[in-house]
Structures are given as structure tokens and as C-alpha cells.
Design a protein around this ligand. Sequence first.
Ligand code: FAD
Ligand code: NDP
Length: 501
Amino acid sequence: MATNTEPTTGDSMDSKDYDYDLIVIGGGSGGIALAREAAKFEKRVAMLDFVKPTVHGSTWGLGGTCVNVGCIPKKLMHQAALIGQAMKDSEKFGYTVEPSFAWETCIQSIRDYIGSLNFGYRTTMREENVKYINAYGSLLDRHRVKCVNKRGEENIISGLRICIATGGRPRVPDVPGKDLCITSDDLFLRRTAPGKTLVIGASYVALECAGFLAGMGYDVTVMVRSILLRGFDQEMATKIGENMETYHNIKFLRGFVPQEFTNELEGDTKRIRVNATGSGSNAGQAHSDVFDTVLVATGRDPCTSGIGLDTVGVKLDDKGFILSDNEKTNVWSIYGIGDALSGKPELTPTAIQAGRLLARRLYGESTLACDYENVATTVFTPLEYGCCGLSEEDAIARHGEDNVEVYHDHVLPLELVIPRSEEFGFVKVITLKPEQERVIGFHILAPNAGEITQGYGVAMKCGLTKEQLDAAIGIHPTCAENPTTMATTKRSGKELKSGGC
Ligand code: FAD
Ligand code: NDP
């Protein structure tokens, strides 16, 4: 995309003509990182953050999605589910426990922790000389931002540069009765137990929420429109689905989309009837069931409408995400970072890195751009899935089947061999043959896959090859050692055996 790095005629480049050197709209992972880094260069920085309540009235404090309704509560709930599982597993190790779970206690502990994070951010902003404004921002022109606070009071501030870091919010399909459903924005603040839950969607948010809810003991069904984890390695996605279904009591209703949600009274209890219709090869079929909670996790829309981007002519893609080149938009004074950007991984560390590096390029000597390639990520399903680089499908599409080698193996976690000996993981390493078998894809389904994948992701940034992987001596007995001992290629057709050392 052509970006305009030159000031448009008439715009002053003297920051003294503006209230601030930089105005950041959005106080989430990216916005906070950018604002703090810019302030380190002694720039005058203002950061606006405002949370529009959900249809159910859920709202939260400073820190954005990750802290309040994303990574942090999600990981803590995943942990709660793992503890529940460990209690069940403990019997075979000689313990006697009677697991019971109180949602209210879990939520309270998590909200207390998040409250401390919100407070910490507000304090940090003050200490680091970032002017935090709890108001909704919209652009009036290339330099002026209208701020509206929760009492509806308006204020206009100006900045030499403005960065849009407004992130995204859940998208809910326009189906009759949709307001009976909740999204992840409500789930993490919900004070009462969800009960029998339908999760609609089949990607990161849907599978993670389904995983921890089932782990806590709730009856969970996932309604899948097409495939699990679109964009991820599909062999791994299939194994995740099988694992969740077989070992973690999660039901999958495949090939259906919701058609209507209605209230249904059972005695004094309000429940939700979901009528669904078949999609794809199920076209023409119907399904109906009643749930206590319906969680819609069908993707996220960027928060880019109604904030004046059209007024100043910032270009967006067809889904409303901001088009950018090195975080610069086509309008010279306007930048963008994080989930609001088009074509970038929607992940917290990406938003933080992009924000910090942008500040260093704008105000320091740095020319270092954010590298969005090979970003490691983990889906926190009951058995976690970590990956970095290309899926097998993408590797073959990009480089051709003859140039790609796929090594694969079962992973036999020692944690599971006694309580659940049939449940095992999987690992896959994809290399590029013409480049000394450089590792271009890493995939692991195992306990603590997030912890494992980070290190391999760093190695991939350093250009890891299969030879180097083989030369590394593993740590025994861990799942993390498996990628260092992989000998079976998929091409060989050899059967994979599971076994100990
Ligand atoms: P956000 O964090 O969304 O922050 C944007 C802020 O701007 C918000 O506070 C918003 O209210 C505010 N805002 C919006 N418009 C305006 C306006 N006009 N004026 C003022 N303020 C405004 N990522 C991971 O890396 N790991 C995970 O495990 C993970 N888990 C997740 C789980 C869930 C359920 C979800 C939904 C996301 C998860 N993510 C995870 C993704 C991660 O949360 C996002 O990538 C990250 O928060 C993006 O940061 P951001 O700064 O772009 O936007
Ligand atoms: P995604 O866009 O990744 O997935 C949307 C899912 O909803 C897909 O399974 C899609 O199915 C389905 N879907 C979309 N529309 C409909 C519909 N009308 N009816 C039924 N199903 C539908 O969204 P997520 O919300 O899961 O994740 C958003 C982003 O948040 C991720 O890309 C990720 O970057 C970030 N995130 C990161 C996490 C982590 O790091 N662990 C955890 C959670 C989120 P189909 O395939 O058929 O289109």
C-alpha cells in the first residue's frame, strides 16, 4: 500500500503547535506499550481508553482486551480447568479428593487479580508521564481528536501524530434472538455459573472457552460451521478436535449454523432454545436443543467505524481493518497498531512489539521494523497446541511438495501415562529442503505446549535447521525433547509407534 510520509501542505510539523506530540487512541496491549515507550523519549503523550459496554452491560478497566476479557482471564480459567483435571488424575497417584467447583469463587479471584492490573496500569501511566484520558476518541481531522467521557462531556485535543490502537470486539451473526447470547466479553465477567453451554464458532476463542468450561465440569457443545481452527495446520486441528471429544467430554455439532435463539421457561429457569440449520454437506438438516448459556465466538471486528477514519481518508480493507505499511497509514500523521491492523496476527505480543518499535522509529534512532513472520502462538485447549511458522498446507502451497519435508511423531506425556494412558499428543516439524532443511513450521500438541513452543520459536527466528535440531540434546523426560529426536518423515509412510525411552 502507498503510504504518505510527507506532511500534507498546511500541516505544521512543529509539535509546539499541538497539545501533544502523540495521541494514542486505545489503551490495550499495543496502545499502552506505544504510549509508555514514546514517553521515555520525553514526548508529550496522551492515551485515550474507553470501553463501550456489551449488550448485557459488561464493562471493564484500563488495559484492553488481553488483560480484561482475553489472554489473562482465559489463561487463569484454563489453569482452573487443569487443576480440576489434576484432582481427578490424582486418584491414581494415591490421593483421595472430592472435586467440586464454584464458578463464583473462580470469577471473584480472577476479577480481583485483574483489578490489581487495572490499578497498576493507571499508576504506571501517571508515573511515566502519559496523560491517560478515560474517554472515547474520534478523529476530527489529521491532528484533532474529539474526546467524549462517560458523562457525555466533550473535549478536543490536538497532536502532531495520532495512533489508532482501538483493537477489536466480538462479532455476533445477525440471527433472531442474538441478544440472548453472550460473547467472551461477558463470559469473563459473568457472576453466575454458565451451566449447560453451547459455544458457537470453532477457532481460538471457541475452542479455548469450550475447553476450560468442560474442564470445570459444565456440559459443553461446540457448534462448528465448517472446520476447526481455519488457517492452522489441519492435521493438528483434527487431532485437537479428537482429543477434546474423546478425553475432555466436549461434544461437537459439526456442519451447523444458528438460525434462531428464543427464551424457554423451564419452571422458574430461563433457558435458551437454539434452532440450527445444516451448512455445507448438512444443508437442509435441522437441529434444536436448549442451553443455559450460548457463547458466540464467531470472530472479531476491528473498532474502526465511527471514529472519523473516513473523515480523514484512512484506507481500510473490506472488513474494516486498517491498511498499513510499517504501522503507517496512507495519511501521514495517522498510524495504526495491534488488532485493528489488516493482515497481522491478532496477538498481544505482536501489538506490544509493534507499539514499542514504532515509538523507537518515530522518536529514537531506530529503523527496526516489526517482523510479523514466524510469530509463535498457542491455542490453550485442554491439551495445548503450540505452533510457529507454516502449516503443512501452507508450506506445500508456498514451496511445492517436493521441497518440503514433514517429520512427525506421537508425543507421550509422562504426566498422562498413569491416569490417561491412551491420551497422547503429536509433534510435527516442517523443513525446507533446498535451504539446508531450514525449519519453516513447528507444531506440537502436548501439555504446556505454550512453554515449549516459545523456545523453538526463538530458534526459528535464528534460522534453525533440521541438522541443528538433531544436534541439540533434549531434556529427558519432557515433551519438549521430542522435536530433537525426530526421524520419521511423513513421506516414508512408516507407522508411528508410541513408547518410552
Ligand atoms: P485491545 O487490547 O483490544 O485494546 C484496544 C482498547 O481500545 C480497548 O480498551 C478498547 O475499549 C479501546 N477503544 C476502542 N475504541 C476506542 C476509542 N474510539 N476511543 C478510546 N478507546 C477505544 N492474544 C495472545 O497473545 N494470547 C492469548 O492467549 C490471547 N487470548 C485471547 C483470548 C480472547 C478471549 C481474546 C478475545 C483475545 C485473545 N488474545 C490473545 C488476543 C489479544 O487479546 C489481542 O491481540 C490484544 O489485546 C490486541 O491488543 P490491541 O492493543 O490491539 O487492542
Ligand atoms: P476467528 O476469526 O479466528 O474464528 C472465527 C470462528 O467462527 C471460525 O471457526 C468461523 O468458522 C466461525 N464463524 C464465523 N462466522 C460464523 C457464523 N456466522 N456462524 C457460525 N460460525 C461462524 O475468531 P476468534 O474469535 O476465535 O479469534 C480472533 C482472534 O483472537 C484470533 O485470530 C487470535 O489472533 C486472537 N486470539 C488469540 C488467542 C491465543 O493466542 N491463544 C486466543 C483467542 C483469541 P469458519 O472457519 O467456517 O469461517
